[in-house]
Design a protein around this ligand. Structure first.
Ligand SMILES: *[C@@H]1O[C@H](CO)[C@@H](O)[C@H](O)[C@H]1NC(C)=O
Ligand SMILES: *[C@@H]1O[C@H](CO)[C@@H](O)[C@H](O)[C@H]1NC(C)=O
Ligand SMILES: *[C@@H]1O[C@H](CO)[C@@H](O)[C@H](O)[C@H]1NC(C)=O
Ligand SMILES: *[C@@H]1O[C@H](CO)[C@@H](O)[C@H](O)[C@H]1NC(C)=O
Ligand SMILES: *[C@@H]1O[C@H](CO)[C@@H](O)[C@H](O)[C@H]1NC(C)=O
Length: 557
């Protein structure tokens, strides 16, 4: 039986038409996606497709689902113009790096066959075999020397070699890549400054070298906002058929189907940074030596002792209270007779002594040391602080992702949208009244940035650098290979270091000095307390006088 099956298969193979044989040979076992805009009027030579022994998906380009995960496509069209419009319809739905077999159902001249390859290449579909005149299979190698980076087509007949292999070389022989770019602080100064172009340009040049591609840096590029906005770049890339550009993004960003992104090759961390903490004069601090909890614990202890003492010394509550107050002020009271009472008294005295020491030492610390604004290390604290903040629109979008950011958004202050990064930095340093968002690379523009007050425990987004390329760019896999190597080499840090050596760095100016000696302002709370005491005693004195006066009057009458 087995032998019979083999023979049957062999017979099938030899009786089959050439397309069928081709499929048996190169599209083995895999799903075939069959694309045709006019499936009902197909040549009868395609009838075999319907009873093919392997999975197949037949689609009409007018309403194609997403078919990106497939490796084998057959496109059958009537003529060149229908071929072009079909691919134009499905270009973002298919895997352009897959294997393609294209069949036009008319006899085509050599010119037309070349146009077929050119048409597909314009969509970056490079792994193509064309079945011409129902008689021969032909293919081409876009990066071969004679095809001049895909600008000329010289096709060859498919012989014994697998026509779907060896399409992407490891050396691209100097083929050009059109690259769009914008100036970005440190990262991209200008690709045309040979010695110090910025670390991202150094990286690109390093990628281009092993692949032997020539980077063609375009001029008159669409402006784009660093963090948001590949949007403008994407449109420009499609319109002008640009191959690649820079993309800095965080993981929340998704790209449309028109472009793809490489692996990331660099990351920076973003965080809020505030001006240096300022020395402040606090007049309420003398009250805040102990926290409210400790204050209440102390009062509770005194109250308790008053009650305990009342019972032990057998005096009235009032007398007990005043005796405790005397102890507090380190005055003396009558020594009790029993030993246990003496012990309790001694330990309470010890407690009061310690309390006094602690209070006095804290107080003198506060009065003589200058104090600083409270330290802000988390976004929560930042939200509760009184610092205004300044950041780009793009961050509003980022902050819209978490409830915890709502306070941050409220603190935002507006600024001139046209201001450059450098203007903004200068203004931040000159004003020193608000916080900004910066990154571990951009902070290098500030000379003594250690002085700044970094909200260190709440990192914002991690911004990754990628290349964005037009969908299907055949080099993408090779570029990713090189990116991995560069990432491992640690060269990026070196280039970053070099790019910041010669930049102009602005210092953080000092605040005007706050005097360190004691002045009235600093002990104002003590003065206020004293005043309150005086006023009270005067009131009590007057009341007592009046009381005595009335009493005398009463006795007299
Ligand atoms: C191509 O085929 C379509 C549909 O079969 C037809 O409408 C169109 O005129 C043809 N175009 C050319 C240039 O032959
Ligand atoms: C296909 O046929 C046309 C005319 O029918 C002819 O001009 C052309 O050379 C043929 N192409 C190939 C590749 O044989
Ligand atoms: C197409 O070309 C093939 C081979 O080149 C030939 O046998 C056939 O007659 C041609 N058909 C037409 C319609 O020209
Ligand atoms: C890069 O390609 C050019 C053009 O084909 C060639 O002359 C040169 O030798 C290649 N460079 C390397 C390093 O392979
Ligand atoms: C690259 O851009 C230049 C100038 O815009 C253009 O002349 C050239 O054709 C472009 N190359 C490619 C491969 O798109």
């Amino acid at each position: 039986m087995a032998i019979l099956a083999v023979i049957l298969n062999l017979l099938l193979f030899y009786s089959a038409n050439p397309i069928e044989k081709f499929i048996y040979k190169y599209f083995v076992q895999k799903t075939i996606v069959f694309v045709s805009s006019d499936f009902d009027n197909l040549n009868e030579k395609f009838n075999f497709v319907l009873h093919l022994n392997q999975p197949k998906v037949i689609i009409d380009p007018q309403n194609s689902p997403v078919l990106e995960n497939f490796d084998n496509y057959i496109i059958a069209e009537r003529n060149l113009s229908t071929l072009w419009s079909s691919i134009d319809l499905v270009k973002y739905q298919i895997n352009t790096r897959a294997n393609f077999l294209v069949i036009l159902q008319i006899n085509s001249t050599e010119e037309v066959t070349k146009s077929i390859f050119e048409t597909l290449w314009s969509f970056y579909i490079y792994n193509v075999v064309v079945y011409t005149n129902w008689s021969s299979f032909v293919t081409w190698y876009p990066y071969d020397f004679e095809n001049r980076c895909g600008t000329a087509v010289n096709f060859v007949e498919v012989k014994s070699l697998n026509p779907y292999k060896y399409k992407i070389p490891t050396n691209f022989g100097g083929c050009p890549i059109n690259f769009t770019w914008n100036e970005m602080p440190l990262a991209v100064k200008s690709p045309f400054y040979k010695t110090d172009p910025g670390y991202e340009i150094r990286f690109l040049d390093a990628i281009a070298q092993p692949l032997n591609i020539s980077l063609f840096y375009l001029t008159e590029n669409a402006k784009f906002n660093l963090e948001v906005g590949h949007q403008n770049v994407k449109e420009d890339m499609i319109k002008r058929k640009i191959d690649a550009g820079f993309l800095m993004t965080n993981m929340y960003m998704s790209l449309g189907p028109e472009s793809e992104i490489s692996l990331h090759y660099f990351e920076t961390y973003t965080f809020f940074v505030l001006p240096p903490r300022q020395k402040i004069i606090s007049s309420t601090e003398t009250l805040l030596i102990f926290s409210p909890y400790i204050w209440s614990a102390i009062f509770a202890a005194l109250l308790l002792m008053t009650i305990v003492w009342k019972n032990m010394a057998r005096v009235s509550l009032e007398a007990s209270f005043f005796q405790i107050i005397r102890l507090l002020l380190q005055g003396t009271i009558n020594i009790p007779r029993t030993i246990s009472t003496r012990l309790i008294l001694a330990s309470f005295f010890f407690y009061v002594l310690n309390l006094n020491w602690i209070y006095v030492s804290q107080l003198s610390g506060i009065l003589s040391q200058p104090s600083y604004e409270p330290k802000i290390t988390t976004l929560r604290q930042l939200g509760l602080s009184n610092k205004p903040l300044r950041f780009d629109d793009v961050w509003l979008w980022f902050f819209s992702f978490g409830e915890k950011y709502s306070k941050i958004i409220e603190k935002r202050i507006e600024f001139d949208k046209a201001a450059t990064f450098y203007d903004e930095l200068e203004d931040f340093l000159a004003q020193r009244t608000y916080g900004i968002i910066t990154s571990d690379t951009r902070i290098l523009f500030i000379k003594n940035h250690e002085k700044l007050h970094v909200v260190s425990q709440s990192q914002l987004a991690t911004i990754r650098s990628h290349l964005v390329v037009r969908k299907g760019l055949p080099l993408l896999d090779k570029i990713n290979d090189v990116i991995l190597r560069v990432r491992q080499s640690g060269l990026m840090s070196y280039w970053l270091y070099e790019s910041q050596v010669h930049i102009k760095k602005s210092p953080v100016p000092d605040y005007e000095e706050v005097e360190g000696h004691l002045d009235l302002e600093r002990i104002v709370s003590a003065v206020v307390l004293l005043g309150v005491g005086y006023v009270l005693s005067v009131v009590v004195f007057v009341l007592e006088m009046m009381y005595a006066h009335f009493k005398a009057l009463k006795i007299n009458t």
